[in-house]
Design a protein around this ligand. Structure first.
Ligand code: FES
Length: 168
């Protein structure tokens, strides 16, 4: 029996997203467009309010002519990708070694108490999603967190309060 072709999903990527992905693809040799997969997933995630649906992951796979499983593997490996809806602000706390040695556990418990959620959860009003992430390369500023796309370093519970309290 002839196998039916999977439905094209690339239309799920907005024109702006496709243009941005094309700019990344152009940085690599023509037969290496899959090298843009991490950037493409980030672009697709930004387009979709901060998370990647299965369809969107498959759209990226089709757009870069990659096996869907290979793109799923990337999307599920890195903590920077979210696979379910998230709050308006992502609070990503690094708990890797330098941050741990400098008190990330205190920062994480403060956040859990303040927001009333555990890592991986979103506050009831949908304002914040709390995440525990691996090293974000800012070890000299440990303990640190990234809120949306901004790094905040040398954190104390008081500093965390100031940062979050000014967000809409
Ligand atoms: S260990 Fe936290 S940023 Fe590197």
């Amino acid at each position: 029996m002839p196998q039916s072709k999977p439905a094209a999903k690339t239309g799920l990527l907005s024109e702006a997203s496709r243009a941005e992905i094309d700019r990344w693809v152009a940085k690599y040799p023509p037969d290496r467009k899959q090298a843009a997969v991490m950037a493409a997933l980030r672009i697709a995630q930004d387009q979709n309010g901060g998370w990647l649906s299965v369809d969107l992951i498959e759209a990226v796979a089709q757009y870069l002519e990659m096996p869907p499983i290979a793109v799923h593997e990337v999307a599920t490996f890195y903590t920077m990708y979210d696979l379910k809806p998230v709050g308006r602000h992502k609070v990503c706390v690094c708990t890797n070694i330098s941050c741990l040695l400098n008190g990330s556990d205190r920062i994480m418990s403060h956040l859990q108490k303040k927001l009333g959620v555990k890592p991986g959860e979103t506050t009831p009003g949908g304002k914040f999603t709390l995440k525990e992430v691996e090293c974000l390369g800012a070890c000299t500023g440990a303990p640190m967190m990234m809120v949306d796309k901004t790094y905040h370093e040398n954190l104390t519970p008081e500093k965390v309060d100031q940062i979050l309290d000014q967000l809409e």
